[in-house]
Design a protein around this ligand. Structure first.
Ligand code: KMH
Ligand code: ZN
Length: 282
């Protein structure tokens, strides 16, 4: 039996300006259309960063809820809200993201230099966010930007136990200037260091590391995250047209590895979420 392939799409992020990339989805209407197209292409989960009317990153509670509703009305995708936000978002606002009732949330396991900025994730914040996710039944996806964060995940799980559904899913985010490189040896080291409680993992490579990380992940039985949060070119000098194009490429890579895309219901099972819990799912 072949192992299914979870494809998560991260369509927007917090770093790219709409003015620099008009095809970046930054409105509820564009995110709904993106969700539908990416689900049709083979994605099962969406990692969302929300933008305001000026296309700027925001953690406004009303907009978070509006974007979650937009995705749920247009698709069955598992909705993961970013709690990372932008490097400028205060920790207190990042904790409130869970009030918007996503299925899943990102949870970064430590502070990382992020280009010229700092992506702040002090231990007390990580622990509080995890306990909040446990209380709310939100499935965390542990984001791992470097090897130290892989070890921090083991510490978190031994202190507070696994998520409510018993599944531990994490995602290697590689190639960020300041984090681990987007290379096969780095991924091999990261996977070797995963705590025993981890039940599934995916990987994404930023920028030009996207393909090498995707192929390394597939070769090790991992899952994939793709999307315009992480890469804006489909080949050197060729801009991505839309997020579905990146999902289609991930599906094609998976098929070469004899991995068929997971459905959103299969993704819910992978994350330990109730399978019938999502709006829009039978
Ligand atoms: N935008 C980055 C500073 C996450 O979504 O949780 C953080 C980030 C991670 O993208
Ligand atoms: Zn993100």
């Amino acid at each position: 039996m072949t192992q299914g392939l979870l494809i998560t799409v991260a369509p927007t992020g917090a770093e790219t300006a709409k003015a620099d990339c008009p095809q970046l989805p930054t409105t509820p209407e564009e995110i709904a259309a993106t969700a539908a197209a990416c689900e049709a292409a083979g994605a099962a989960m969406i990692h969302l960063h929300v933008r305001d009317a000026d296309h700027a990153p925001t953690l406004d509670q009303g907009l978070l809820r509006e974007w979650v509703a937009a995705v749920r009305s247009a698709s069955s995708l598992v909705v993961q809200l970013s709690t990372g936000g932008s490097v400028h978002d205060p920790l207190a606002e990042r904790l409130k993201v869970l009030d918007a009732e996503p299925d899943s949330c990102s949870l970064t396991m430590g502070t990382t230099n992020f280009g010229d900025d700092v992506f702040l994730n002090p231990w007390p914040f990580v622990a509080e966010l995890y306990q909040l996710a446990l209380e709310r039944g939100v499935a965390p996806e542990f984001e791992l930007f470097d090897l130290g964060q892989v070890h921090a995940l083991g510490r978190l799980l031994s202190l507070y136990g696994p998520p409510a559904g018993g599944k531990v899913h994490c995602d290697f985010v590689m190639g960020v200037p300041g984090g681990m490189p987007g290379t096969a040896p780095a991924l091999v080291a990261g996977v070797a260091a995963l705590p025993a409680q981890v039940t599934s993992w995916s990987a994404t490579g930023i920028g030009r590391s996207t393909l090498s990380v995707a192929m390394a992940s597939l070769s090790m039985g991992g899952h994939l995250r793709v999307g315009m949060e992480d890469v804006l070119t489909i080949a050197r000098g060729v801009p991505v047209e839309n997020n579905a194009q990146l999902v289609e490429r991930a599906v094609a890579l998976g098929q070469l590895a004899q991995r068929e895309p997971m459905t959103p219901a299969e993704c819910r099972d992978l994350l330990g979420l109730p399978v019938s819990g999502a709006t829009g799912e039978a």
